[in-house]
Design a binder for this molecule. Structure first.
Ligand code: HEM
Length: 139
């Protein structure tokens, strides 16, 4: 099949069965049907991400170069992101209520807290300072 073919998420989401299984890794579309039975990690995990973006699942496992070569062999085209499609992976996923928080977004959360804390402390001391100086002015 031509490598230049483009698929949208709605195209891909129709291919979720074991014999017809598409998945997306790093915005490329793969047909994993021929590999499902051979996957050392089992068919279940592949079927779980069938028709979806499997980038995170694939990368979380830390697949070998060999696995990446197999993946290359399954390439059928590129993902065409439609407007309104969730842009996934770039590791700053700040989706509210997302169940899985990556360490990256947790780090961001702490950074934001630190900022609020420092800002709050600065405001507090500034307030104290103004209070005490106006008190002095009165007496
Ligand atoms: C078409 C995409 C995929 C290919 C070509 C692939 C290929 C492979 C290969 C060759 C291995 C053997 C170890 C290695 O070489 O790294 C492996 C192991 C594994 N894969 Fe995948 N994989 C794919 C997708 C996934 C996905 C989406 C998951 C989801 C969690 C997954 C989970 C695992 C696990 C848990 C193992 C370890 C199995 C073990 O060591 O017992 N794989 N995969």
């Amino acid at each position: 099949m031509a490598d230049g073919k483009e698929f949208t998420y709605s195209d891909i989401s129709e291919h979720t069965s074991k014999r017809d299984l598409y998945l997306v890794v790093h915005d490329k579309v793969y047909n994993a049907s021929s590999f499902v039975d051979e996957h050392p990690g089992g068919e279940e995990v592949l079927l779980d991400v069938g028709g979806q973006d499997a980038t995170e699942a694939f990368e979380d496992v830390g697949h070998s170069d060999e696995a990446r070569e197999i993946l290359n062999g399954l390439l059928i085209g590129n993902l065409k992101r439609a407007p309104g499609d969730a842009a996934p992976k770039p590791s700053t996923s700040t989706t509210p209520g997302a169940p899985k928080t990556t360490s990256d977004s947790a780090g961001l959360g702490i950074g934001v807290y630190a900022l609020i804390l420092v800002g709050g402390a600065a405001a507090f001391f500034a307030y104290q300072y103004l209070q005490s100086s106006s008190a002095q002015g009165k007496s």
